[in-house]
Design a protein around this ligand. Structure first.
Ligand code: FMN
Length: 492
């Protein structure tokens, strides 16, 4: 990203459990690391007197602006937790959107939706007692009017920003479906114009950011899953294509997975491991081969000898391996599975090597990187030789298309997002009706009953419409018509 665009970015911490955070020093160490010495007591820091051992979270040079997000159901616990992070962030956010079972059991997130009094007290407690602003992330409710009332209550409690996820609480897992931006538009139109609204949901690609800003009138967008699968989502294509960005002959492209994987590793070396970044060869481009016939080390070589590296060895399990506690190292494997999803679906040897890579085993991850670079190199060479094979393979098969209209089918989105497997791309979830058709979603008895009732009502409505159309016809030509037998209509 260009420096100007980078300055548009704001990050949130993952949701932190307020009570555990304020009670347990170890929990604090594992979830928020603004200093190397940890947070023994709530720090008292004046703006011009920073601790000498600043570490990563909320670091003024690399991790701001930052909103620290909590879930809570006790105003006092929330305030005590917030006091620890207040000097290292720009706002404290209250998560009122989490729909998971754990939130139901713990009575937080979206399960506070029914208790507006408590939500008011939680937000207001921070508003009255903290130096940084308080913000809230909500889901939409059953109607736009109710959502507006809900947002008004949250703002009246003192929230400076509301992030609105355009899905209701039960829209999760296979039932996720699409976010409803029209509710966000309604909030924009009916809340005071100076209300700061962040829109969330349906952001899969860079283009979606601008479409969402325009359609909702929001001040910013938040992306979670889209950003996990494609960490370049906020970056526009570079001015000169270079080596990190790939473009197909149809002009569609994206950032290369090997490039992003390298950058990911380099960030870890620089900030987490505090080691020099390894010197790496430039990323492979097919034109290197055409330009120098392979003399500089980019040449086409046998698969096992990619880039003159020794053949990839099977990793052995180290019995003495001690699991690290750094969240940065623990997150590596899941992050990389998201990033590499289409690539590891094709290259199962790489999937297995990544699955065997234990947290903190940096050489194992370097090995996976090397395998990825080799696979991308072969993919790019194959593309040059026969681009059509990727284009055909990438287009969704018409026969597989389920008979659903656009709001019920993800096929159009899949088509728009799909890239060759070496390019970062979003994962497009099947919509609920598709999930039903492929059998990954089974309906609860209640949902089935509701669907059957809706079907009966729909049929009754259609029958009534036909009847009145017939009546109109009868009246218009004055002729008497006999009721057509049902079977004939069906056959017709
Ligand atoms: C792996 C994962 C972790 C998430 N964790 C949080 C969280 O800690 N706090 C939160 O407010 N939302 C969390 N969310 C929900 C997202 O913020 C977001 O509301 C939701 O995924 C819809 O937006 P998206 O389409 O950009 O993913 C999480 C979502 C995913 C997929």
């Amino acid at each position: 990203m260009t420096p100007e665009r980078t300055s548009d970015l704001l990050a949130y911490t993952p949701m932190i459990h307020a009570r555990m955070f304020m009670e347990t020093p170890k929990f604090r160490d594992h979830h928020f690391q603004p200093t190397k010495s940890g947070l023994a007591t709530p720090p008292k820091i004046s703006p011009d007197e920073a601790p000498s051992d600043l570490y990563l979270d909320g670091h003024p040079k690399i991790d701001r602006p930052l909103f620290a997000q909590f879930c809570a159901n006790s105003p006092e616990e929330l305030l005590q937790a917030a006091r620890y992070v207040e000097p290292f962030c720009d706002a404290i956010d209250l998560n009122l959107g989490c729909p998971q079972g754990i939130a139901r059991r713990g009575n937080y997130g979206a399960f506070l939706q029914e208790d507006w009094g408590l939500i008011y007290r939680l937000i207001n407690k921070l508003h009255m007692n903290l130096d940084v602003p308080v913000t809230a992330k909500i889901r939409i409710l059953e109607s736009k009017e109710k959502t507006l009332e809900y947002a008004q209550m949250i703002l009246s409690a003192g929230a400076s920003v509301i992030t609105v996820h355009g899905r209701q609480r039960d829209q999760k897992g296979h039932k996720t479906g699409l976010a409803d931006w029209s509710v966000l538009r309604y909030l924009r139109a009916n809340l005071p114009p100076d209300t700061v609204i962040f829109a969330n949901g349906n952001i899969l690609r860079n283009e979606d950011i601008f479409r969402c800003l325009e359609e909702t009138g929001a001040d910013a967008v938040m992306s979670a899953e889209g950003n996990l699968y494609d960490p370049t989502i906020f970056a526009e294509p570079p001015k000169d294509d270079g080596r990190e960005y790939w473009k197909g002959r149809d002009g569609k492209g994206g950032y290369r997975m090997d490039a992003v994987f390298r950058r990911y590793m380099d960030i870890l070396y620089q900030y987490v491991l505090e080691k020099p970044i390894p010197v790496r060869k430039p990323l492979f481009l097919p034109s290197d081969v055409q330009n120098d016939g392979g003399a500089n080390g980019f040449g086409i070589v046998a698969d096992e000898e990619v880039d003159d590296q020794p053949p990839v060895k099977r990793q052995k399990r180290d019995k003495k391996h001690v699991k690290p506690t750094s969240p940065n190292l623990l997150a590596m494997q899941p992050h990389l599975f998201h990033l590499l999803r289409p690539l590891v679906a094709k290259h199962t040897d790489i999937r297995d090597a990544l699955a065997r890579s234990r947290a903190g085993d940096i050489p194992a991850f370097e090995n996976v990187l090397q395998m990825v670079e080799g696979a991308v190199k072969r993919g790019l060479i194959d593309y040059e030789a026969n681009p059509a094979q990727f284009e055909e393979a990438d287009a969704p098969n018409e026969e597989d298309k389920v008979s659903l209209d656009n709001d019920e089918s993800s096929m159009t989105t899949v088509k728009a997002c799909k890239r060759p497997w070496w390019v970062c791309q979003p994962y497009v979830r099947p919509l609920p009706k598709e999930a039903l058709e492929i059998g990954s979603l089974t309906m609860s008895k209640k949902d089935r009953r509701r669907l059957e009732e809706e079907k009966v009502m729909e049929e009754a409505r259609a029958e009534k419409a036909k009847e009145s159309a017939r009546e109109e016809l009868d009246q218009s030509d004055g002729m008497e018509r006999r009721e057509m037998p049902k079977e004939a209509m069906v056959a017709g």
